[in-house]
Design a protein around this ligand. Structure first.
Ligand SMILES: Nc1nc2c(ncn2[C@@H]2O[C@H](COP(=O)(O)OP(=O)(O)OP(=O)(O)O)[C@@H](O)[C@H]2O)c(=O)[nH]1
Ligand SMILES: [Mg+2]
Length: 267
């Protein structure tokens, strides 16, 4: 894939990798193709969109990564303290910085920011540099090519989000679709939302009730979608339920955190 090839080419230019992960799907937003490429670089994992998950669930993931010897921090990309990221990066690149400091020279750290589409890579860079320079948007494939952004002491290479050829299992594909990392056009929205409701209903029913005014969701997902459409009044002319609108609304709500804090994959 072109984007992965470009990443590979530019890896030799950077001192470290910032691996941006969606906190709602930490397992599924790890691209196995990246893992092979970056194995010789210091990596800082950022669990982004931490505002969309329960804090204790995220702490469990951070502890798990730390236990595996990985550096991980959690962030809200839209309102972060740049210092948190730059100090973690300086720690990861201490070797290089010390070497140059010993020679009395000042040097910048260069990092490549990677991740599957829509995890918030460009948003994080904008927040760090303090300007909305990189284009962002809540859909996959917003960043089209690699671009450098600099602040004093650190250069960031923004990259287009990349997926890999074959998902190990269907759950990964589903989770990436729920969080908006896979293009919508390739998926049947209603089927996707039925899978989504089936997956979260036991753990998160109170959130669904609060948002969609349905008291319970049984095993019949067609009926569930229909009941939500009725409860919310999503009806087309003639009184038929508008299932497509219902599916779109639920997906948008999840992607924007409107249903509440939901983590799809626990540590
Ligand atoms: N709730 C929430 N939304 C976020 C956060 N960080 C980024 N976003 C939103 O997530 C969406 C995607 O952000 P981008 O920065 O464009 O993501 P990207 O990883 O650069 O995406 P590609 O360039 O398509 O790979 C935008 O709507 C951001 O506003 C966060 O911490 N919390
Ligand atoms: Mg981007």
């Amino acid at each position: 894939m072109k984007a992965v090839r470009e990443m590979e080419e530019n890896l030799s230019l950077v001192d470290a990798v910032v691996y941006v992960i969606d906190s709602r799907a930490i397992k599924s937003s790890a691209n196995p193709e990246f893992d092979k490429l970056i194995k010789n670089k210091p990596v800082l994992y950022i669990f982004n969109k931490s505002d969309l998950v329960e804090k204790n669930n995220l702490t469990a993931w951070i502890n798990k990564f730390k236990a595996e010897g990985k550096e991980a921090i959690s962030l809200v990309g839209t309102s972060l303290n740049p210092e948190v990221v730059t100090s973690a990066l300086k720690k990861a690149c201490a070797n290089k910085l010390n070497k140059f400091a010993n020679k009395g020279a000042k040097v910048s750290i260069r990092v490549m920011v990677i991740g599957v589409p829509n995890t918030g890579k460009s948003t994080i860079i904008n927040s760090i540099i303090g300007k909305a320079k990189a284009v962002t948007g809540n859909r996959p494939g917003v960043t089209r090519r690699q671009v450098w952004y600099s602040i004093s002491g650190v250069d960031f290479l923004d990259t287009p989000g990349t997926l890999w050829g074959k998902f190990q299992d269907n759950n990964i594909a589903l989770h990436l679709a729920y969080i908006g990392s896979i293009r919508g056009e390739v998926l049947d929205k209603q089927e996707l939302v039925k899978e989504f409701l089936k997956e979260i209903k036991d753990e998160y029913m109170p959130l669904l009730t609060a948002r969609y005014k349905v008291q319970e969701i049984g095993d019949d997902m067609d009926l569930a979608l229909e009941n939500i459409a009725k409860a919310r009044g999503w009806i087309v002319k003639g009184g038929e339920v508008d299932l497509e609108r219902t599916a779109n609304a639920i997906l948008d709500d999840f992607r924007n955190g409107k249903i509440g804090k939901i983590m799809l994959e626990k540590a």
